[in-house]
Design a protein around this ligand. Structure first.
Ligand code: ZN
Ligand code: ZN
Length: 431
């Protein structure tokens, strides 16, 4: 796996053997990551003479994706804006924010990212349980990453209510862990944990672990997990997680790509991957910055899953944490990911837009604007015909390619009809 990570096509400025396939993949990924293609640089101009002009133009470029990261909306230390800043400094061009069981940080990330030219993939890491016989009290915790298109999930109510249930379960779970710690003579106050988690953030094990460090019971977070809070630890408690298969199915129903997170932390990876594949799992993490774990690439091949990976950056600092952007996925991997994701995302966008056209409520508009973000909402008032409004919305939400994919005309027709009648009302929704 280490060797795989070291072959980073297109990364070297010295133009080694960039095969035509890799160059085409780079072209595809770059076109998606930067909707406006960057000017060819002088260094690219004298690129490989044997490649067509179009391919040579993008030669030598680097599109860095980070597909796994956390902000302080779950157990990360940085705000979404600070996370985006750090990703930008590390050269990340496309960032998936994948907080635990919440998408609350996405709007801030999208707005921060638009200032530094990063593209955000709205994501979430969902806590689930694998339980082969669905026996209460048994089973293994599984984390499943979901990646959505620009407008976020379709059928978002269904997803959000599942996430809310999980977050509610976390409060109870954290309390149970404190009770167990208490019996072990580790006295942690509830207020201490919620203060560390922050206002409105569902407490997790990491928050409890930090409270234990601050209270002097353990030297560091790792020790808290090893001695008390790990999956088999004496103070571990379960939340109210849904079954992993149901999570995978919900992700595909809501227009997302599902990926099994850090399979190396599972006791029973083969059985879990087989079962999740049956439920429609798209991908699994295989790459990480130390590239140390053997066998998972083979498992992905065995079950026909796309191979992805990311740093799982939390911003907690310390030597054992990989920085954001340190997992450099091969360009062919990114191309495969986008080729799988884009039709799914486009179908979801079309659903979202049509739902809005059919029921142009402010709630539906809010759903669209939440992640799709009208970058210049003020421009809206200067538009003066219904068609302008529709074009303005569509061009703000979607790249040109996306618009082709979502069968723009069908959406446009419905939206134009609505917009012509409701334009003034729409203005007031935006204010
Ligand atoms: Zn995880
Ligand atoms: Zn994570």
């Amino acid at each position: 796996m280490g060797s795989k990570k070291k072959s980073k096509p297109g990364r070297s400025k010295k133009k080694p053997k960039t095969s035509a396939d890799q160059a085409l993949a780079l072209d595809y990924v770059r076109a998606w990551a930067h909707p406006t293609p960057p000017e060819p640089s002088a260094a690219d101009a004298d690129a490989d003479d044997f490649l067509p002009v179009q391919v040579a133009r993008v030669g030598g470029g680097d599109v860095l994706f980070e597909l796994h990261s956390h902000s302080n909306h779950s157990d990360g230390f940085l705000s979404p804006s600070a996370l985006v800043e750090r990703a930008h400094r590390n050269g990340v061009k496309v960032l998936a924010l994948t907080d635990h069981d919440t998408m609350a940080g996405i709007p801030e990330a999208v707005s921060a990212a638009s200032k530094v030219g990063i593209r955000i993939i709205p994501g979430v890491e969902i806590s689930a349980l694998y339980n082969p016989r669905e026996v209460a009290g048994a089973g293994e915790p599984v984390h499943i990453l979901a990646y959505y298109g620009t407008c976020g999930p379709s059928e978002s109510d269904e997803l959000y209510s599942m996430l809310l249930n999980i977050r509610d379960g976390r409060y109870l779970r954290a309390k149970n862990m404190l009770a167990k710690l208490n019996k072990l003579k580790v006295l942690i106050k509830w207020e201490h944990v919620t203060k560390i988690a922050g206002e409105g953030v569902a407490p997790g094990r990491l928050h409890v672990a930090r409270a234990m460090v601050e209270a002097g019971y353990v030297e560091n977070v790792r020790q808290a997990f090893n001695k008390y809070l790990g999956d088999d630890g004496p103070a571990y408690a379960r939340g109210s997680e849904p079954f992993a298969e149901a999570v995978v199915q919900l992700i595909s129903r809501t227009g997302g790509i599902s990926a099994l997170a850090h399979p190396w932390s599972l006791k029973n990876p083969d059985a879990i991957i087989r079962s999740l594949k049956g439920a429609g799992l798209n991908a699994m993490e295989v790459y990480r910055s130390d590239g140390k774990v053997d066998g998972f690439s083979e498992l992905a091949d065995k079950y026909g899953l796309l191979k992805v990976g990311g740093s799982d950056f939390h911003g907690r600092g310390g030597k054992d944490e990989s920085d954001i952007g340190t997992v450099k996925l091969a360009i062919t991997t990114l191309c495969g990911f986008l080729k799988m994701a884009r039709p799914i995302w486009s179908a979801a966008m079309k659903n979202i837009l049509l739902k809005f056209a059919e029921e142009p409520s402010s709630a539906n508009l809010g759903n669209i604007l939440k992640f799709g973000g009208l970058t210049n909402a003020e421009d809206f008032s200067s538009t003066n015909t219904g068609t302008d409004v529709v074009d303005f919305c569509l061009s703000s939400w979607l790249s040109n390619d996306d618009m082709e994919d979502v069968e723009r005309d069908e959406v446009r027709l419905k939206l134009a009809h609505y917009a012509a009648e409701q334009r003034h009302q729409l203005h007031s929704h935006l204010e």
